[in-house]
Write a protein that binds this ligand. Structure first.
Ligand code: ADP
Ligand code: MG
Ligand code: MG
Length: 885
C-alpha cells in the first residue's frame, strides 16, 4: 500500500486510492482531482491518513519507508518546479497542510513558506528580485511555525509586529519595508530562543518533519477531539498531510489570494461569491487582519464598498477563475468552496471542496441543480442533510415586530437568536447548562470556542468576514451568526460590550438576525417558518421515494395539528399520562392513586372519564381518520403524587380522608427503582379499572366522532412494558370487553386494534408468542435501550459523554440507536413477530424515530413506519426517503 502520493507537475493520478478521501483526505483527494482535470495546481504530495493512524498507534515514530517515500516525492516536486529544497541560491518553499476526510477545524493550521532560513531567504530575495517579499515570507514563516509547530503563543509575534508598525507610524502590514521586516525577523528569532532555550530550526529537513509531526499529533489535540465528538467523527480516521510547492500571493500588486464559492452559500443563489486581498498570503483573508474585498463588481456595488472587486482589478485572472468555477461545478455536480492564489497575474488553485451551506441554501441548491439537469431527483434528495432541516422549521423574527436596532454586521448564518450576552465560550457553556439562552459575543472566534458556540443560541463577532471561522462554523452548526460587526467593542475585564454606542453588560438580552446582520436590544418576537417553496418541492420528492410511513408523537391538539402540518400520516404515540398532569385533573388523578381500594379508585376514575374522552375526541377529530396509536397509562404512579402539605390537604378534602392517612399511602408508593417498578402494564394488571376507564374513553370518543360524520377512526390501543404473552392477553381482554360494552351502549361498531410496545429484552425475545395477541408492535426504543444496556437514561449524562469520547459507543445510544446491540433485538422481534402474524404492523416510537441514522436502520429491517416529535417529522420524511434510495 502506498504511503505517499504525488500530485500536479505532470504526474499520472492513476491509482484510485489517491482520489479516495478516506486515504488521502478531502484536500489531498481534491488536489489530485483538480490536477488531473487540467487545472493549475502547484505540485506536491500527500501522506496518507493510514500513515497518521500508524504513527499514532506506534507512539510517534516515522517509518523508514515513509522517510524514503517523502524523499522521493520531494525530489519530484523539485524537478517539477525547477528549484531545490534548502538551496541557498533559489530555494523551493513548501506549505504543509493537514487534511482529514472531512474538513475539520481543530486540526493543525497550515504552515506556509517552509524551507526558509537565514541562507535561503537571501536566495529567495535574489531569485525573485524582491527583498521585501523575501523577508515578509520569512517573518510569516517563523511566526506560523513557532505558533503551530513549536507551540509558542502567537500573541508574542503579533505584539512584535504591532510594535514594529507603531514605531514607523504604519497602519497596514503592507507598509513595512524590507528592512523593517528583516528587523522583525531578528526580533522573532530572539523571541524563539528566549522562550524555548534553543534557536529557531535552520535545517529545512528538520523543519519539514517537525511540521509533518505536528499535523499527525494535532489529530489527537483537545480541540480536534471536541470537534469530533460534536460531529460524530470516529477517532480512527486520522488525517492526511499535504506538502505542496508554494505559490505567492504576496509578490506585489499583481498578486493576490482569495476564497470563493461557486454559488451563495447562505442563500443558495446562483452568483459567484467570495473575498480576496491584493498582495496577501494564505489566511490573511479569513483572519480579519485587513478587510477583504469583494470578488464580483455586483457584490461590491450592492455592499456600497469602494475597494475594487477582483472582477474590476484583475479582469484576466478573474475570467480564468470564473471558467474554473464552471468547470468545477460541472465536474463535481455541486457547489464548490475554493481557495486560490494569483502570483504575478497567474491563477493557481489551492483547494476545492463541496461548500458548507445553510439549510436554506442546501434546499435551493438541490432543487435548482435538479432543475438545471446537473443532478437528478434522487441525488437532490440525498443532498440535503435531514438534520439541517431543523434550521428551517424554526421560527424567524417577526418582520412586523418593533426592533430596537443597536448595530449591524454581516449576515453570516441565517435565523433568529435571542439570549443573554456572554463573553467567552466557558461562560456560554455553563449558563446554557443551567437552562439559560445565551448569545456568544467575541472579537472573533477560534476552534477553542467551539463548545461555547454549540451551547449558544447565536454568535456575534466584531471582526471577520463571511468566510471567517465564526461564520463557517456557525453555518455548519445551524446557529444564527452575525460576523464582522465593527460597531461592537468588548471589554473582557469589565465584562461589558458597546454596540453602536450603547453600553450593555454580560447577561443583558440581545437578538440577532442572521439573515440581515442586524443586532437588536432585548428579545424580538418570532413567526412560524414558510413550508412551501423549495422546502415543499423537496418534501414532495422525498414522499415519492420513501417506503416507510411517518407518524408523529403527539397528544395535545396543538402538537397533532403541528405534526399534520409537517406531513405526519398518523399518530405513533399518544402518551395518555401527559393529559393527567393538567392542573384541573391532577386532583382526581391523585385521589385515584391514593385510594385504598377499587371502589375508591373507580370513584376518582369516573371523574377522569369525561376529561379523557374529550381529549380523544379532539385528537380523533384533528387527525381525521389517520391511524392513532394511544398508549395506556405507563409511568410509575408516584410521579403524580402531591408534594406540598397544601396539595395533600386538597386531595384529602376531595376524598374525605385524613391528611396523615394520605401521607402514609404516599409513603407506601415509594420505590427504589421506579423505572423497573410498578409501572406500564403492571398498573393494568393490578388495577384493571384504570385501563378499563381509558379504553372506555377511547371507544366512546371514537364512536362520538364517527357518529358526527367524521372520518372513520381506527384506534390502535397500545399496552406498554409488556414482557409476557399472558400480560397482554389479560389486558387485551379488558380492552375487548370494554369495547363490546361501549358498542352495545352506543349501537355502533368500529374497527380497532390492540397491540403492544416492545421495550423489554424479554418482549423482543418472546415476540413470536406475544404476536399471538398483538396486532401491532411499536418499538419503544428509549426503554429498550435503557433495559438492554442497563443504563438509566436519566442518570447517564455524566458518563455517556466520556463513553462517546473514548469511542466505547460511537454516539449517545439514546440519541442514535445502538444498531449493533439494541438493533439485534429489534430485528429479531420483527422477524419473530412476522413469523407468527405475517401482517403484523411494525413501527418505532422512541426518540430514535426522528434520528436519520436510526431511521436508516428501521428501513433495513422493514418497519412499516417511524414516529417522531412534530418538528422532527420533515426530518424523518427526508431521512426515510434517503434510506429507501
Ligand atoms: P485550511 O484547511 O485551514 O483552509 P489550508 O491548508 O487550505 O488550510 O491553507 C490555508 C491557506 O494557506 C490556503 O487557503 C492558501 O491561501 C494558503 N496556502 C496553502 N498552501 C499554499 C501554497 N502551496 N501556496 C500558497 N498558498 C498556500
Ligand atoms: Mg486552518
Ligand atoms: Mg483551506
Amino acid at each position: 500500500m502506498r504511503t505517499v502520493y504525488s500530485f500536479g507537475g505532470g504526474v499520472m493520478h492513476d491509482d484510485p486510492r489517491q482520489k479516495d478521501k478516506t486515504v488521502t483526505g478531502g484536500k489531498g483527494a481534491n488536489l489530485a482531482e483538480m490536477a488531473s482535470i487540467g487545472l493549475p495546481v502547484p505540485p506536491g504530495f500527500t501522506i496518507t491518513t493510514e500513515e497518521c493512524v500508524r504513527y499514532l498507534q506506534e507512539g510517534g515514530d516515522f517509518s523508514a519507508e515513509l522517510r524514503a517515500e517523502v524523499g522521493k516525492a520531494l525530489t519530484h516536486v523539485e524537478q517539477a518546479v525547477g528549484k531545490r529544497f534548502g538551496d541557498a541560491s533559489d530555494p523551493l518553499l513548501v506549505s504543509v497542510r493537514s487534511g482529514a476526510r472531512v474538513s475539520m477545524p481543530g486540526m493543525m493550521d497550515t504552515v506556509l513558506n517552509l524551507g526558509l532560513n537565514d541562507d535561503t531567504v537571501a536566495g529567495l530575495a535574489a531569485a525573485s528580485g524582491d527583498e521585501r517579499f523575501a523577508w515578509d515570507s520569512y517573518r510569516r514563516f517563523i511566526q506560523m511555525y513557532s505558533d503551530v509547530v513549536l507551540g509558542l503563543d502567537h500573541g508574542l509575534f503579533e505584539e512584535a509586529l504591532e510594535i514594529a508598525k507603531e514605531d514607523h507610524g504604519y497602519f497596514n502590514d503592507t507598509e513595512l519595508t524590507a528592512e523593517d521586516l528583516q528587523g522583525l525577523v531578528d526580533t522573532y528569532k530572539r523571541t524563539v530562543s528566549e522562550e524555548l532555550g534553543h534557536a529557531f530550526p535552520q535545517d529545512v529537513s528538520e523543519q519539514l518533519w517537525g511540521a509533518i509531526r505536528a499535523v499527525f499529533d494535532s489529530w489527537d489535540s483537545d480541540r480536534a477531539k471536541v470537534y469530533r465528538r460534536l460531529n460524530d467523527i470516529p477517532a480512527d480516521w486520522g488525517t492526511a498531510v499535504n506538502v505542496q510547492a508554494m505559490v505567492f500571493g504576496n509578490m506585489g500588486e499583481t498578486s493576490a489570494t482569495g476564497v470563493a464559492f461557486t454559488r451563495d452559500p447562505a442563500t443558495g443563489e446562483k452568483a459567484y461569491y467570495g473575498e480576496w486581498l491584493v498582495n496577501a498570503q494564505g489566511e490573511d483573508v479569513v483572519a480579519g487582519i485587513r478587510t477583504p474585498q469583494y470578488l464580483t463588481k455586483a457584490a461590491r456595488v450592492r455592499a456600497g464598498a469602494s475597494a475594487p472587486s477582483m472582477e474590476e482589478a484583475m479582469p484576466a485572472a478573474f475570467d480564468e477563475l470564473a471558467a474554473v468555477f464552471e468547470l468545477l461545478e460541472k465536474h463535481y455536480r455541486d457547489m464548490q468552496d475554493i481557495e486560490f492564489t494569483v502570483q504575478q497575474g497567474k491563477l493557481w488553485m489551492l483547494q476545492t471542496r463541496s461548500g458548507k451551506r445553510t439549510a436554506k441554501a442546501a434546499l435551493k441548491l438541490a432543487v435548482d441543480m435538479a432543475g438545471e439537469g446537473l443532478i437528478d431527483e434522487k441525488t437532490a434528495i440525498c443532498r440535503v442533510d435531514p438534520m439541517a432541516l431543523d434550521q428551517l422549521l424554526h421560527p424567524t423574527l417577526d418582520p412586523k415586530a418593533p426592533r430596537d436596532v443597536l448595530g449591524k454586521g454581516l449576515p453570516a448564518s441565517p435565523g433568529a437568536a435571542s439570549g443573554k450576552i456572554v463573553l467567552d465560550a466557558d461562560t456560554a457553556e455553563s449558563w446554557a447548562g443551567r437552562g439559560e439562552k445565551v448569545v456568544l459575543v467575541r472579537v472573533e472566534t477560534s476552534p477553542e470556542d467551539i463548545h461555547g458556540m454549540h451551547a449558544a443560541q447565536g454568535i456575534l463577532t466584531a471582526r471577520g468576514g463571511m468566510t471567517s471561522h465564526a461564520a463557517v462554523v456557525a453555518r455548519g452548526m445551524g446557529r444564527p451568526c452575525v460576523s464582522g460587526a465593527s460597531g461592537v467593542s468588548i471589554d473582557t475585564k469589565a465584562r461589558t460590550v458597546k454596540i453602536g454606542g450603547r453600553d450593555l453588560a454580560e447577561g443583558d438580552v440581545i437578538t440577532l438576525d442572521g439573515s440581515t446582520g442586524e443586532i437588536m436590544a432585548g428579545e424580538v418576537p418570532t413567526i412560524e417558518p414558510e413550508l412551501a417553496g423549495d422546502f415543499g418541492t423537496l418534501m414532495e420528492w422525498a414522499d415519492r421515494h420513501r417506503r416507510m410511513k411517518v407518524r408523529t408523537n403527539a397528544e395535545t391538539p396543538t402538537d397533532c395539528r403541528m405534526g399534520r402540518q409537517f406531513g405526519a400520516e398518523g399518530i405513533g404515540l399518544a402518551r395518555t399520562e401527559h393529559m393527567f398532569f393538567d392542573a384541573e385533573r391532577i386532583g382526581a388523578v391523585r385521589q385515584m392513586i391514593l385510594a385504598d381500594d377499587e371502589s375508591g379508585r373507580r370513584k376518582a376514575l369516573a371523574r377522569l372519564l369525561p376529561e379523557q374522552r374529550s381529549d380523544f375526541v379532539e385528537i380523533f377529530t384533528t387527525m381525521a381518520g389517520l391511524p392513532c396509536t394511544i398508549r395506556l397509562l405507563d409511568p410509575p404512579l408516584h410521579e403524580f403524587l402531591p408534594h406540598s402539605d397544601e396539595e395533600f390537604g386538597e386531595v384529602a378534602d376531595a376524598a374525605g380522608v385524613g391528611v396523615d392517612h394520605l401521607k402514609r399511602r404516599a409513603a407506601e408508593l415509594h420505590e427504589f427503582n421506579p423505572m423497573l417498578g410498578h409501572r406500564g402494564c403492571r398498573l393494568g394488571v393490578t388495577y384493571p379499572e384504570i385501563y378499563e376507564m381509558q379504553a372506555r374513553a377511547i371507544f366512546e370518543a371514537a364512536c362520538e366522532v364517527s357518529a358526527k360524520g367524521g372520518e372513520p377512526v381506527v384506534p390502535e390501543v397500545m399496552i406498554p412494558l409488556v414482557g409476557t404473552r399472558k400480560e397482554l392477553a389479560l389486558l387485551k381482554n379488558v380492552v375487548d370487553d370494554t369495547a363490546k360494552t361501549v358498542f352495545a351502549e352506543t349501537g355502533l361498531t368500529l374497527d380497532y386494534m390492540v397491540g403492544t410496545m416492545i421495550e423489554l429484552p424479554r418482549a423482543a425475545l418472546m415476540a413470536g408468542e406475544i404476536a399471538e395477541e398483538a396486532m401491532f408492535f411499536s418499538f419503544g426504543t428509549n426503554d429498550l435501550t435503557q433495559t438492554t444496556l442497563g443504563v438509566s437514561r436519566d442518570d447517564s449524562a455524566n458518563f455517556l459523554a466520556v463513553y462517546v469520547d473514548k469511542g466505547i459507543y460511537a454516539r449517545d445510544p439514546f440519541v442514535s440507536l445502538d444498531v449493533e446491540g439494541v438493533g439485534q433485538l429489534v430485528e429479531l422481534a420483527a422477524e419473530r413477530g412476522r413469523a407468527t402474524r405475517p401482517d403484523i404492523k411494525l413501527g418505532i416510537c422512541g426518540e430514535h424515530g426522528g434520528d436519520p441514522a436510526s431511521i436508516a436502520f428501521c428501513e433495513s429491517v422493514g418497519l412499516d413506519y417511524v414516529s417522531a416529535s412534530p418538528y422532527r417529522v420533515p426530518i424523518a420524511r427526508l431521512a426515510a426517503a434517503q434510506a429507501a434510495l
